[in-house]
Design a protein around this ligand. Structure first.
Ligand code: LCS
Length: 389
């Protein structure tokens, strides 16, 4: 079935007790086990059944089926946030003494997780410029257990060649993970290129309306089962049924929303590129993007995120933030409304300036999460802001 149909129907079954077409929000935290024999069989894994919502919940399970279908994956596991998905997937792979190779231009909290939290647990990470797959191949050492990517990366929209890196990883028997939050499965399905595991912040395009926080891991049945039975169950970062319900509601319009995010972002990138106050624009769908050819090869659409560098650096950035009216000065992304942010002073304050510059995040960089408004209105707001700046 097509992607629009899957986004609305995958995994659903009419509610047998009421016939309700909209999936019920199951708030129960514990479930009747039936008989002592049934309970024992469920605990032994011989019989399917919900036990306790930290181990599984029907509303959350439906969301997992829906996302697995969209990502062409055998299975998925929902988590409390994108960071919970990332940390759960990683902790299912690495132990003290293991080594990780990570792309350096990634969401700063993920960078921090590797550079600080995992380092403190005895897990070492080498950050590389992952726009060249050979940098990854060269960084492999005997105890490398994980290659971690983000494509397009947050915020500078650098791409990783997913097929080439998946091949390097498989040849070396190393697990590969990519964060597909920016692309969404509407624009890119990394498992089709041989990537082992995909993670998402469902807070972003999946939810899509700025009102839910969540995450998801997708991969093989075996990998997902291990994540569910070990790190997720015992570290406890599960998704609440209410957030699962909101994200399921959002996903029904994901393909439709992405078409519009893609179109609006492309038009805005083109507008910014010709503006005299703008030094440069990064958007994978522009021929000026250094990896435009790769974008054409592995993406169907180029997403709703646009980055640009203002002439005049950090002060022009601050003036633009204060001059726009329709664009909201806020972190996060993937919302219906357009969000604008100055990474150097916000999202990237968790990394050092040197790390930030190494990630390509210059002082005057502005990141736009282009929303679903009329594109003429967004452009008019930016135009006014750029004139005032
Ligand atoms: N992965 C990517 C690519 C992200 O952009 C984010 C959050 C996460 C993972 C973490 O997801 P969360 O735990 O927040 O659900 N990105 C944010 C950003 O750029 N601004 O605020 C949050």
């Amino acid at each position: 079935m097509g992607i629009h149909t899957l986004a609305i129907h995958a995994g659903e079954a009419p509610d047998p007790t009421t016939g309700a077409l909209v999936p019920p929000l199951h708030l129960a935290n514990t479930f009747f086990l039936g008989s002592a024999e049934d309970g024992a069989a469920i605990f032994a894994g011989e019989k399917d059944g919900f036990v306790y919502s930290r181990w599984g919940n029907p509303t959350v399970a439906l969301l997992e089926k829906r996302i697995a279908a969209l990502e062409h994956a055998p299975a998925a596991l929902a988590t409390a946030s994108g960071m919970a998905a990332i940390s759960t997937a990683i902790l299912n792979i690495v132990r003290a003494g293991d080594h990780v190779i990570a792309a350096q231009a990634i969401y700063p909290s993920t960078y921090h997780l590797f550079a600080n939290e995992l380092r403190a647990l005895g897990i070492e990470t080498t950050f590389v410029d992952a726009t060249d797959p050979q940098n990854i191949a060269r960084a492999i050492v005997p105890n490398t257990k994980l290659i971690y990517l983000e494509s397009p990366g947050n915020p500078i929209l650098a791409l990783c060649d997913l097929r080439a890196i998946a091949t390097i990883a498989r040849d070396a028997k190393i697990i590969s993970i990519t964060d597909n939050t920016f692309a969404t499965p509407i624009n890119q399905q990394p498992l089709d290129f041989g990537i082992d595991v995909v993670v998402h912040s469902a807070t972003k395009y999946f939810g899509g309306h700025g009102d839910a926080v969540g995450g998801v891991i997708v991969g093989s049945r075996e990998f997902i089962k291990q994540c569910a039975n070990e790190p997720l169950r015992f570290f406890g970062g599960i998704l609440s049924p209410f957030n699962a319900y909101l994200i399921l509601r959002g996903i029904q319009t994901l393909p439709l929303r992405m078409e519009r995010h893609n179109a609006n972002a492309r038009a805005i990138a083109q507008f910014l590129q010709t503006h005299r106050a703008v030094e440069w624009v990064a958007y994978p769908g522009l021929p000026s993007h250094p990896q435009y050819a790769l974008a054409q090869k592995q993406m169907r659409g180029f997403g709703g995120m646009v980055c640009f560098e203002l002439k005049g650096g950090i002060n022009s950035g601050a003036r633009l933030m204060n001059a726009v009216k329709l664009c909201s000065l806020a972190v996060s992304l993937g919302d219906t409304r357009t969000l604008i942010v100055h990474p150097a002073s916000t999202t990237h304050s968790v990394v050092t300036r040197a790390e930030r510059i190494a990630q390509g995040v210059s002082d005057g960089l502005v990141r736009l999460s282009v929303g679903l408004e009329d594109v003429e209105d967004i452009i008019a707001d930016l135009e006014r802001g750029l004139e005032k700046k």
